[in-house]
Design a protein around this ligand. Structure first.
Ligand code: CP
Length: 317
């Protein structure tokens, strides 16, 4: 694999290979010495033009556990504020010897541009671009589902027939997009639930069922309920419906959580708006995988960096 830009590009077999390598990396995490020498001498640059806690820190941990050198770049406080372009920023980092670039950017398509423009020679990982995709988040979500469902017998398995309900701000969610494509590749059935104002106009082309009534979707006793963050920062002040109406109609509140089967997984990519899209009781329950998702993120990102940066490079994806 040359780059990891999108889950839409991944075949079932490629996705399962990534998840299986992540299983190997999870086994490394359980050892007393968590490091592998695999990427010794390689340099990974974390190039973040948007805020992040989980993704940036877990890519840093993942690279370090593979013995890579890590350079963390945040647009805040850099020469980006003086008007330096993505091309010049990337080429500056390439000149410092970057073998891999992990990029988060507010513009959809920025990682694709970086990977295909010829500006740099490094492998590129999309760590979230605008409202487009967040492939490693979807991979860690699938990894978490597979582990909860199949435990130690996860290796080689897909998510055939697993029923996943994704709820919330689908319009602005790169997590939803990456999950829809990956879950389709892995054989899961996806239902998207949102207010009509937060459904993308092109949703009819997605491999998912659209539902506007959360209670109706939950009545089908899904295997997984994935709550999404309301992305107020992308709404430029216009948030319709308002917070109270949203929480009442589309939030996983105490009452809805109590109706769920005990086997239903409750997921959230974080950061959470507690009391808005998810109640504390649901977020902190044993059904919640929120902390597992964060821990699994390190294993999945180790797998992605390993597959991109170890060995010979030159495949075209
Ligand atoms: N889930 C996720 O991408 O979180 P961060 O924005 O904290 O990286």
């Amino acid at each position: 694999m040359r780059h990891l830009l999108s889950t839409r590009d991944l075949s079932r077999d490629e996705a399962i290979t990534l998840l299986d390598v992540a299983e190997d990396m999870a086994a490394v995490q359980e050892r007393e010495v968590k490091k592998l020498p695999t990427l010794r001498g390689r340099t990974v640059v974390n190039l973040f033009f948007e805020d992040s806690t989980r993704t940036r820190i877990s890519f840093e941990a993942a690279a370090k556990r593979l013995s890579a050198d890590v350079i963390n770049f945040s647009a805040k406080g850099s020469s980006v504020s003086k008007g330096e372009s993505l091309k010049d920023t990337a080429q500056t980092l390439q000149a410092m010897g970057a073998d891999g670039v992990v990029i988060r950017h507010p513009s959809s398509g920025a990682p694709f541009t970086l990977a295909t423009s010829g500006w740099i020679d490094a492998g590129v990982v999309n760590a979230g671009d605008g409202t487009h995709e967040h492939p490693t988040q979807a991979l860690l979500d699938a990894f978490t589902m597979r582990r909860r469902l199949h435990g130690g017998a996860s290796r080689g398995r897909d998510l055939d027939g697993v029923r996943v309900v994704v709820v919330g701000d689908i319009l602005h969610s790169r997590v939803a997009r990456s999950n829809v494509w990956l879950l389709e590749a892995l054989g899961a059935d996806v239902t998207l639930v949102a207010p009509p104002t937060l459904v993308p106009v092109d949703v009819s082309g997605w491999p998912a069922t659209i539902e506007y009534d959360l209670d109706r979707a939950l009545a089908d006793r899904p295997d997984v309920v994935m709550m999404l963050r309301i992305q107020a920062e992308r709404m430029h002040g216009a948030f319709f419906p308002n917070s109270r109406e949203y929480a009442r109609t589309w939030g996983l509140d105490d009452h809805r959580f109590a109706q769920l089967p005990e086997t239903t997984m409750v997921m959230h990519p974080g950061p959470m708006n507690r009391g808005l899209e998810i109640a504390a009781r649901a977020a902190d329950s044993t059904q919640s995988t929120v902390r597992e998702q964060v821990a699994n993120g390190v294993s999945v990102r180790m797998a992605a960096l390993y597959l991109l940066l170890s060995g010979e490079r030159g495949e075209t994806r």
